[in-house]
Write a protein that binds this ligand. Structure first.
Ligand code: B12
Length: 484
């Protein structure tokens, strides 16, 4: 079958859609991938979408990989296809669709609402041969207005059997103003993002996350599977795919291992991995870990084979928020402790430490927020801080609570973008402004030279907070915008 696979993510992705493409090609289907990979503007103009026409004329089936933040693009493409090619089926999949098929079936003819690995080829084969596909597991369909939601298969665990993510640029295209062939130059430019602005390849070696956070998509898998499951690729499989992909993408300078918690594996994995990685890959790389699984021995093994960055979620300096709002079974004190253990490696091994925080959470009190601020101002200046604005992903417990409490309106494709990174929405107050001010000054490196830390302590004191609270919300919304 001739398939046009469209990825609507704002950055050039290295996610499941490349895997879906590889699975379909392995089964002898023909796949053209089109990336709508620009961060902004979010919506595409009609004359941009018109350019899909030449390819769609030759297409039997359209598939779209969707992240919630970019869902409006998937809606635009789907409506374009349906208007121009009545009868052409459009199938959605990807993080936005996980466990919430009804959100996507408003537009799509079918949706993969769980993992696609075991079902996508089966679905396309059935469609190609005219066999009834409506009962395909992990899939839901809009059958003339009524929704058919099929059974969920158990988590897919044979990760080694999967084909390599598809980076064959011969049938990949970029739509940004013009539809053009993907080239190494374009991919190189678009893979150069935060934090180093050199071409970074993101790569996943496992599935699942040990946590159960109320704001994360992963909880949707836990709900469907009835348990939290971790699955891993073997060392050899990881190294083979890396060698293959990096041989082709020979400009990559850094590897971002995207696993939620790389330290979930046993120590024996690390020794084998380090030996083979050093010999056959050798690029500097970064991993994400959690304070609960940090292990010095595992880290030292990785330092010897190129580990250069560790990212860890703190999310809030308030234990109450971690326990009661985010359902994270991690102690704030534990994250501080890990920070102190990792910190010396910055000097000895140039190891970067990146910490993630979430702000603008309507369930935080001003006292909770000041605890995050106090956590931040105590951090050594070489620790990088990532500050995210809470996004309410449909299907997560925090989304359900916020909806019930009237904090957010129910999901809308048009307004969803405002839930992601953006401006302060819920916490227009002095404490949140202080966090943003602190980040701003840190970014300008002003702190290093001019601002003694006691100034920040005074700014966060009861007395100053008391005085600051007489100013209206609009004042802090305005100030926050300036320092964002
Ligand atoms: C690594 C990672 C990143 C990396 C790399 C992203 C990438 N892969 O390109 C970085 C740091 C860059 C990143 C960035 C962002 N990420 Co991120 N990321 C992840 C993480 C940890 C793993 C993603 C992954 O590769 N999963 C493995 C693949 C195989 O899964 P998958 O893509 O879902 O694909 C499977 C199915 O969905 C399905 N499928 C996928 N596509 C399609 C298409 C069709 C047609 C079909 C039928 C099936 C299908 O089959 C696949 C195989 O089973 C996840 C959390 C997690 N553990 O999943 C968050 C996650 C995906 N990220 C998330 C977000 C929000 C973002 C950002 C938007 C953050 C931001 N900037 O605000 C950006 C946007 C990225 C982009 N591409 O535009 C959210 C998405 C939530 C949502 N509902 O959209 C997640 C789920 C985390 C969360 N907070 O809940 N991310």
């Amino acid at each position: 079958m001739k398939i046009t696979l469209i990825n609507v993510s704002g950055r050039l992705s290295s996610d499941g859609s490349r895997l879906i493409s590889a699975l379909l090609k392995r089964a002898d289907h023909h796949v053209n991938s089109i990336f709508l990979a620009r961060p902004e503007p979010l919506e595409y103009e009609p004359d941009e979408l018109e350019q899909l026409d030449d390819m769609l004329k030759e297409t039997d089936l359209v598939m779209i990989a969707v992240y919630s933040s970019y869902v409006i693009r998937a809606v635009q493409v789907t409506e374009f296809v349906h208007n121009k090619y009545p009868g052409m089926k459009v199938i959605w999949g990807g993080p936005h669709c996980i466990s919430m098929p009804e959100l996507s079936l408003r537009y799509a003819d079918g949706v993969c609402f769980s993992e696609g690995d075991q079902v996508v080829v089966d679905l396309v084969n059935k469609m190609e041969t005219g066999v009834d596909h409506i009962n395909t597991p992990n899939m839901a369909f809009n059958d003339r207005g009524s929704y058919v939601v099929n059974e969920v298969l158990p988590p897919f665990s044979d990760l080694d059997s999967l084909p390599y993510c598809d980076y064959n640029l011969d049938d990949q295209f970029l739509l940004d103003r013009r539809l053009s062939k993907m080239t190494k130059e374009k991919i190189k430019e678009r893979l150069a993002g935060y934090p180093y602005y050199i071409p970074i390849l993101y790569f996943l070696t496992s599935r699942g996350c040990p946590h159960n956070c109320s704001f994360c998509n992963n909880i949707r898998y836990i709900t469907m599977f009835g348990r939290n499951t971790m699955r891993f690729q073997s060392v050899d499989r990881i190294i083979y795919e890396l060698e293959y992909t990096l041989n082709y993408l020979d400009f990559i300078e850094f590897l971002g291992i995207g696993d939620d918690d790389f330290f979930m594996r046993p120590k024996i994995f690390f020794e084998d991995f380090a030996k083979k990685y050093k010999k056959k890959v050798g690029l500097p790389f970064g991993i994400a870990i959690s304070a609960n699984t940090y292990n010095r021995e595992k880290m030292e093994i990785l330092l010897d084979c190129g580990l250069k960055a560790i990212q860890m979620g703190v999310q809030s300096g308030s234990q109450r928020v971690l326990d009661e709002v985010y359902n994270r079974k991690i102690k704030v004190s534990k994250t501080r402790d890990i920070l102190h253990q990792i910190d010396p490696y910055q000097k000895t091994h140039s190891l970067d430490f990146l910490l993630d925080f979430i702000i603008d959470n309507p369930y935080e009190t001003r006292d909770d927020i000041i605890q995050t601020y106090k956590y931040l101002i105590d951090l050594p200046l070489h620790v990088r801080i990532n500050i995210f604005f809470l996004a309410f992903f449909p299907g997560t417990p925090i989304y359900d609570s916020a909806l019930k409490d009237g904090i957010i309106k129910s999901f809308s494709e048009k307004s969803f973008r405002f839930y992601t990174r953006g401006h302060i929405r819920y916490q227009k107050n002095y404490e949140t402004f202080l966090i943003l001010l602190f980040r701003f000054l840190r970014r300008q490196l002003i702190l290093q030279r001019h601002m003694p830390s006691f100034v920040f302590r005074v700014l966060g004191s009861h007395l100053v907070r008391g005085i600051a609270s007489i100013f209206p919300k609009s004042f802090y919304a305005f100030l926050s915008k300036i320092v964002q």
